[in-house]
Every structure is written in structure tokens, then in C-alpha cells.
Design a protein around this ligand. Structure first.
Ligand code: NAD
Length: 473
């Protein structure tokens, strides 16, 4: 692949007046237009059309920002959002139907229903690593639930930000869905406003800023954060398959994936064999010189390049079992496995978010579980084992946003599985129906008939009434 210049920082939306922007969207919401089911479906179809008609623009922008191979960009960004749209369009009629719930006999007659109300005007703040998917997948649910929305793409993936800023208004209703480009100043100005929900994807430090700003207005938040996602390779694992699936999940997008395996804990008895298989998988995927491979991406910018390099060069980081090369001018960092890593090293304290994989031998599943539980609750956890007992123990004795057994990343794909973190890795979840639910208020509605109106429940509370009330309610 050819070297890509460091992309420029996305321009700020000129003269952003966040209060006026919000007021305009509130006025649209008040008309009821976004509640209309046909409007929602029309917007979703338009978004789908944009993905198809502007595929080249979007893939080109992803190539410039992240050096993403076209097929990977297509699958992990455009096709992902398209699948979310399809599943939503297919089920939306059912999702919006008031849900019947039973009423206890003592409280009858009455009919209980849960209605899904739109929240109002929501803010969606995206990161740079999957800048199309992570901005538009939440939008699918926001539209489906009948909301107005403001999108704030990451300024770091500047070409994608500019491309979406140009394309979205050509397809979506600009009175209801707006995109604001910019960085900290613009996001800060947006966060000062009273939104009905803030959906943020990014790192935990800014997650705290977002949550604190939202708290001023009691605005609910979804925080899709990151952290170190561990992988355990048991002695019973199919090592060849494990190595391939771990290498793929780690080195996709040059390791800049929120649920990339951050490090591997491998049973000591198979550690050498595993590292060998991993090296073979990397050679098979990217050849002897991954820099020349059209299928290997680039680090987003010089700042992140320096950050990852400092982790690798830090004390106790260990030595490369393979890889280790880098070329800053090309933002290229070789797929690298580190061995001899000290668990206290910085590379084991911070999320790596790059193509560097420390491999730490452990004595078995007990030690792996203790290691994982001694740290923050991860966004994803991977376990490779043929032993069912080992898998069940990991599932029962650890807590994480999600788990994938004998594979990496794939638990994010089925729209039936809610995707989100727990503890330090985030709160709230989305994908498929969960996205619709995230942007809906579950409004309880009880309908009572008037033909019966027994005086028992009203004052004066005579002794006889009290006896009956105690007995029946
Ligand atoms: P980023 O730097 O693009 O920041 C995310 C968003 O926050 C951007 O829109 C940015 O403009 C905004 N922002 C930055 N500084 C701000 C400030 N001071 N005040 C208000 N807003 C501000 O992206 P990032 O945080 O580097 O993204 C990488 C992180 O995101 C990793 O930790 C990764 O694990 C996590 N992530 C999580 C998921 C998930 O689905 N859970 C997905 C992708 C990435």
C-alpha cells in the first residue's frame, strides 16, 4: 500500500450556535414529524441509499484516514450499518407496537401496556477508529425510535468527518438530523446544552467529561468505552485456529479496535507453540513484509504512533517474538507479539490500541481468572478452549461487556446480542433492537374502565374497609 499523509484535523462547523441548533431541532420534534413511522422508515431507507451510492467516497475517506483495505472497510463499516438498517426496517412495526403486559388479578380490571416513546433530541459523539460505523449505527436506532439527532464525528478521522458532513444532508432530513464537525470546543459547546440522551463512544477519560456534563441536566448517557480486553488460551485450545482468530482480531485496522484482544494469557505448556502459530498466521495474512501488504492498515496519526511506540519502548514491555518494525512517515507499525512482558509494565496498564500483542504465560485457568479479575472489567473477553469446564469457569467467574468463545470480535456482529461495556468499559448497550430501546422511553400505561368504582379504596378508611384492604391487596 502507498503511504498516506497524516490527515488534517477536521474543520470546525463555522459559527456553531449550539443553543440555536438545538432549538431548531426541538421545534421539528414538536411538530411530531419524527414520530411518524413512515418518516422514520423513509430516513432509514435514505441512509441505506447513501451507503450504497456513496460507497466509493466513504471507502476512499477510510483509506486516507486509516489505510483501511476496501473490503475490511466495507464489511466493518458500511455493511455493518446496512445490516443494522435492514434488521430495523424488518422489525420496526413490531418494535413500536405497544407491548401488552399482564396485570395481577387483584389489580384488575385494567390493561397494561408499555409504549416506546421517542426521547426527543439526542447527541451522538463518535470516535475515529470505525468512524462511519460508530456514528451511524447509533443513528439508526435514534431515527427508528423517532428522535431528532445531532452527530459529532471525531475530528481525528478528518476525511471521514468531512465526507459525512457533505453527504448526510443530501440524504437525511436536515430539519431533524444534523452533523456538527469540530473538536473539543465544539463538543464542549454541544455538551453544555440539555439533550434528551447523549450517546458517546470513545475513551474513558472523555467519557467522564461527557457524563459530568450530562449530569448537570440529568441527561441519561450511553458510554461505549474501551480498555484492555484479555484473551485466555487454554492448554486444551485448538492452537492453530486460536492463533489465526487472535491474529485477525488483533491486527484488523492495525489493532485500533475497541474490542481487539489487548493481550494474551496462554497456558505455559503451550505458550511456545502458540507464539509460533501466531507468527505463522501473521505471515500467512500479510506476507513477510506487512508494510507492503494491501491488507494491513495504518496508525491514525503521529500522536497515536508516538503513544504506541512509547508503550513498546517502555520498561518491562518485553521483546518482540516477531514484528517490531515501524516507519513513522508511513504511520506503519508492524504486527508485533511481545514476550517476556512484565505485568507491571506500562504496556500492560493502558489500552494498547495498536498492533502490539503482549503474550503472558500463566499456570492455567485459575491464574488467568485471577489476573483478569484483578483489573478493570473489560469490554470484551476471549477464551480459547476445547474444555467445556474451562469455558464455563471463565463465564461464571469473570465479568466483562461480552465474551466470545473460540473466536474474536464476532460477538459484536449478531444484532440480537446487545453490545456494550460494564464498569470501566462503559454503560448501556446497543445493536439491533437494543439501539431502538436505547433511544426510546419505556412508558408504562395502565387503562382502567369506569364501570366499576368500588368505594373500598377511598376514605374514610373505616375499620371494615381496612380489614378488606389488608385482606385483598
Ligand atoms: P476520539 O479522540 O475521536 O474521541 C472521541 C470523541 O470525543 C470525539 O468526537 C472527540 O471530538 C470527543 N472529544 C475529545 N476530547 C473531548 C473533550 N475534552 N470534551 C468533549 N469531547 C471530546 O476517540 P478516542 O477516545 O481516541 O477513541 C478511542 C477509544 O474509544 C478507545 O479507548 C476505544 O477502546 C474506545 N472505543 C470504544 C468503542 C465501543 O464501542 N465501546 C468503539 C470504538 C472505540
Amino acid at each position: 500500500m502507498t503511504a498516506t499523509a497524516t490527515p488534517p484535523v477536521a474543520p470546525a462547523t463555522p459559527d456553531l450556535d449550539a443553543a440555536a441548533l438545538l432549538a431548531g431541532l426541538r421545534a421539528t420534534f414538536a411538530t411530531g414529524r419524527t414520530r411518524d413511522l413512515s418518516w422514520r422508515k423513509e430516513q432509514l431507507r435514505a441512509l441505506r441509499r447513501m451507503l450504497a451510492e456513496c460507497e466509493e467516497d466513504l471507502l476512499g475517506a477510510l483509506r486516507i484516514d486509516l489505510g483501511k483495505p476496501a473490503i475490511e472497510a466495507f464489511l466493518t463499516e458500511l455493511a455493518f450499518v446496512r445490516a443494522e438498517i435492514d434488521v430495523t426496517l424488518k422489525h420496526l412495526d413490531r418494535w413500536v407496537r405497544p407491548e401488552r403486559v399482564g396485570i395481577p388479578v387483584k389489580q384488575r380490571p385494567g390493561r397494561g401496556r408499555i409504549h416506546r416513546d421517542p426521547l426527543g433530541v439526542v447527541l451522538i459523539i463518535g470516535p475515529w477508529n470505525y468512524p462511519v460505523q460508530l456514528l451511524l449505527a447509533p443513528l439508526v436506532g435514534a431515527i427508528a425510535a423517532g428522535n431528532c439527532a445531532v452527530l459529532k464525528p471525531s475530528e481525528v478521522s478528518a476525511t471521514v468527518s468531512a465526507t459525512l458532513a457533505r453527504l448526510l444532508p443530501q440524504y437525511l432530513d436536515p430539519a431533524a438530523i444534523r452533523l456538527v464537525e469540530g473538536a473539543v470546543d465544539e463538543t464542549t459547546a454541544l455538551l453544555e446544552q440539555r439533550w434528551d440522551h447523549v450517546f458517546y463512544t470513545g475513551n474513558g477519560a472523555i467519557g467522564r467529561v461527557v457524563m459530568a456534563a450530562a449530569a448537570k441536566h440529568l441527561t441519561p448517557v450511553t458510554l461505549e468505552l474501551g480498555g484492555k480486553s484479555p484473551t485466555y488460551v487454554d492448554a486444551s485450545a485448538n492452537l492453530g485456529v486460536a492463533a489465526k482468530r487472535i491474529a485477525w482480531g488483533k491486527f484488523l485496522n492495525s489493532g485500533q479496535t475497541c474490542i481487539a484482544p489487548d493481550y494474551v494469557l496462554v497456558d505455559r505448556s503451550v505458550a511456545d507453540a502458540f507464539v509460533e502459530e501466531l507468527g505463522a498466521a501473521v505471515r500467512e495474512f500479510y506476507g513477510d513484509d506487512p508494510q507492503a501488504s494491501p491488507d494491513f492498515g495504518r496508525i491514525i496519526n503521529g500522536r497515536h504512533f508516538g503513544r504506541i511506540a512509547a508503550l513498546v519502548d517502555g520498561e518491562g514491555a518485553g521483546t518482540p517474538a516477531f514484528g517490531g518494525g515501524r516507519d513513522e512517515a508511513d504511520r506503519y507499525m508492524a504486527p508485533t507479539a511481545l514476550v517476556g512482558t512484565d505485568p507491571a509494565a506500562r504496556v500492560m496498564q493502558e489500552e494498547i490500541f495498536g498492533p502490539i500483542l503482549p503474550i503472558l504465560p500463566v499456570g492455567g485457568v485459575d491464574e488467568a481468572i485471577t489476573f483478569i479479575n484483578d483489573r478493570d472489567k473489560p469490554l470484551a473477553l476471549y477464551v480459547f478452549a476445547e474444555s467445556k469446564r474451562v469455558v464455563e469457569r471463565v463465564l461464571a467467574e469473570t465479568s466483562s461487556g461480552g465474551v466470545c468463545v473460540n473466536a474474536t470480535l464476532y460477538h459484536l456482529v449478531p444484532p440480537t446480542l446487545p453490545f456494550g461495556g460494564v464498569g470501566e468499559s462503559g454503560q448501556g448497550a446497543y445493536h439491533g433492537r437494543s439501539t431502538f430501546e436505547t433511544f426510546s422511553h419505556r412508558k408504562s400505561v395502565l387503562r382502567k374502565p369506569t364501570r366499576l368504582d368500588p368505594p373500598i379504596a377511598y376514605p374514610p378508611y373505616t375499620e371494615q374497609k381496612q380489614k378488606l384492604l389488608r385482606r385483598f391487596l
